[in-house]
Design a protein around this ligand. Sequence first.
Ligand SMILES: Cc1cc2nc3c(=O)[nH]c(=O)nc-3n(C[C@H](O)[C@H](O)[C@H](O)COP(=O)(O)OP(=O)(O)OC[C@H]3O[C@@H](n4cnc5c(N)ncnc54)[C@H](O)[C@@H]3O)c2cc1C
Length: 416
Amino acid sequence: MPAMKADAIVLGAGIVGVCAALHLQARGRSVVLVDRRGPGEETSFGNAGLIERASIVPYAFPRAWRDILRYASNRASAVRYDPLFLPRIAPWLFAYWRHSSPARLAEAARAMLPLIERCLDEHDALIAAAGAEDVVRREGWIEAFRTPAAFDRAVAATPAAAALGLRFEILDPRSLREREPGLTGALCGAVHWLDPVAVRDPRALTRHYVDLFTSRGGRSLRGDAQTLAPAEPGWSVTTAAGALEARDAVVALGAWSGALAKRFGHRVPLAVKRGYHMHYAATPGAGLTRPVLDDEGGYVLAPMTRGIRLTTGVEMAAADAPASPLPLSRCEPLARQILPLGARLDAAPWMGLRPALPDMRPVIGASGRQPGLWFSFGHAHHGLTLAAVSGRLIAELVTGEAPVVDPAPYAIGRFG
Ligand SMILES: Cc1cc2nc3c(=O)[nH]c(=O)nc-3n(C[C@H](O)[C@H](O)[C@H](O)COP(=O)(O)OP(=O)(O)OC[C@H]3O[C@@H](n4cnc5c(N)ncnc54)[C@H](O)[C@@H]3O)c2cc1C
């Protein structure tokens, strides 16, 4: 059987790949999305649902001794590590620590700002086109604090956000309870970020986008990205429907991108920051209107279609190591202190893999070594947030249009 033909193959139907496919299609390319699973069934399935327009500083490695010692004890709720994995991940952590110095963190923030600034506008265009307004809430999110010291530090940092045009309100305990009556008295204040949008079912959003892609003539096939091989001209991949060939191939495999990049000559320091979620029944009269981050606890409670979703912070462990009950079992009692949660609704905690690079910015752009090979991965804590603008950027680079932002900070060549 002759191979199927397309202009572009997008490998990975997570939110990042789906947005890349939509943007390539909008530029007149025939596109096939290839994934070994259904769309949005890996990391894009289970996140906290924030399109985090207010995130102007990337999540850095802690530099204060107080925090380092807390995390080193391996008892913190926000961060856990597998002690046996530590020797393997130590060089990556060291690089992450170096990139988290005040000067380099400021550089990372500057590099990410053009994407962050456009993240919501780009999603909004896709949400409107896909008719997905019913899966988003436009109520912002709340960053809540247990101690006056942490609250004061956060308030002191708000002028930087205001200077960038972000909208927020500072809430004392009374106004916090008025805003979210379900929250209990364990919190001493909060910042309500008004611009960000919350998705009440991240997989449903990905599926809405895939439906839009399909309705515009795109195809979505099952297949193993590891079968990617050079073809004449371009690339071929084996799918459940047969061989597929295209001039361009975009690797958007999230946490699984590093292995494929390596096969084509790129050694990328891609690590995974594992995270978990669990849904809880809302107690009558004590629900949530918008996501709430317990800053000191390091977890988010987000009202989702299925129930209240608790998403944990970071676990440093091998991608394929068994799930650990510890991150959730540490966060759940803290969450019950601030919101009277009902019963667990999932049989087991869900686990996802945030694909993370030590310089806190993704890889978006050309291979530079292999003609027609492109990358969009490594969006770490903000893959949902950045997916739509990343999709636009990679599509512009593939089609040779003027890019919406300078792509230089995201080039894979920065890793040599
Ligand atoms: C607990 C948690 C909370 C989070 N909260 C937020 C949040 O509030 N806001 C935010 O912006 N981000 C958040 N994130 C991060 C965000 O979820 C990720 O950055 C994002 O989902 C990554 O999307 P992706 O498309 O790159 O990867 P994925 O969604 O993981 O997609 C990769 C795809 O590649 C496919 N694949 C892998 N290997 C192969 C292969 N060999 N062949 C074929 N297909 C393959 C997979 O099946 C998968 O569909 C959170 C993450 C976690 C874990």
